[in-house]
Design a protein around this ligand. Structure first.
Ligand SMILES: Nc1ncnc2c1ncn2[C@@H]1O[C@H](COP(=O)(O)OP(=O)(O)OP(=O)(O)O)[C@@H](O)[C@H]1O
Length: 235
């Protein structure tokens, strides 16, 4: 197995307290390695987004252990987690989350600018990142001038521009039609493999399962099964 990128043991997370408490994670064991695509699936409310958010250092867990990129997240300060997110993790969301007033290239440059890269160099690298997603000619466009599939490809360029070893995606295809969603996930898989990064995808979309190496099924705050998937043809 390649280098471990994520390792969770007996992970627990509860929202709220007392009568209104919701135990979203009830002891999750989960591992993911460099170069693999793992999809987190399961019924609504089973804890997929919570698990992804803990792994991405966006949410704190209450119990158990969570190692990401060699960092023990339970022992990390908020500042250290912010650094980990900025340098180590790329994010792709259901609703693209592009800044409407920035050009496509400026949107892609955001992770580099946040890291402190000089604007000229950041924009140059952003334009380079638009090439593999097929949008080099849209660098100066505004997000609203692009289709949904094109906007998600911009978001993918933004997720990979700083070459993070981990990319997390929450329902990346749910705002897209089937064909476009398929293309977007094929592209994500191809780029993740090219950069040997670990790709974690929360999804309800069983049409994209064939792009996973492994599928982790969640139910009621647990991972109840992990199975190998058949990788998509041509990957
Ligand atoms: N901020 C919050 N405050 C309170 N409860 C929450 C919060 N976020 C999630 N929950 C609850 O935690 C449980 C797990 O939610 P989570 O969003 O992780 O599930 P999910 O599997 O991603 O669901 P979906 O597929 O519908 O997005 C659910 O019962 C949900 O209602």
């Amino acid at each position: 197995m390649s280098a471990p990128i994520v390792s969770c043991r007996a992970l627990t997370k509860t929202y709220g307290q007392g009568d209104t408490a919701v135990q979203a994670l009830r002891g999750v064991d989960f591992d993911a390695a460099a170069g693999e695509v793992v999809m987190l699936v399961g019924p609504s409310g089973c804890g997929k987004t919570t698990l992804l958010s803990v792994i991405a250092g966006v949410l704190d867990c209450d119990g158990g252990a969570c190692q990401v990129l060699g960092h023990d997240l339970r022992g990390e300060s908020a500042a250290a987690k912010t650094r980990l997110r900025r340098h180590g993790i790329g994010f792709v969301f259901q609703s693209f989350n592009l800044v409407p007033t920035l050009s496509v290239a400026e949107n892609v440059a955001v992770p580099l600018l946040i890291q402190g890269e000089k604007r000229r160099l950041a924009l140059e690298r952003a334009r380079e990142a638009l090439v593999p997603v097929g949008l080099a000619d849209k660098a100066l466009a505004l997000p609203a001038q692009l289709s949904g599939g094109q906007q998600q490809r911009v978001a993918i360029a933004r997720a990979i521009v700083h070459q993070p070893p981990l990319i997390v995606c929450d329902e990346p295809t749910s705002a897209l039609d089937h064909r476009t969603g398929d293309q977007v996930v094929a592209l994500l898989r191809q780029l993740a493999q090219h950069h040997q990064c670990c790709l974690l995808v929360v999804t309800h979309d069983n049409r994209i399962f064939s792009y996973a190496d492994r599928i982790a099924e969640m139910d009621d705050g647990h991972i109840v099964a992990i199975r190998d998937a058949s990788p998509a043809i041509g990957s």
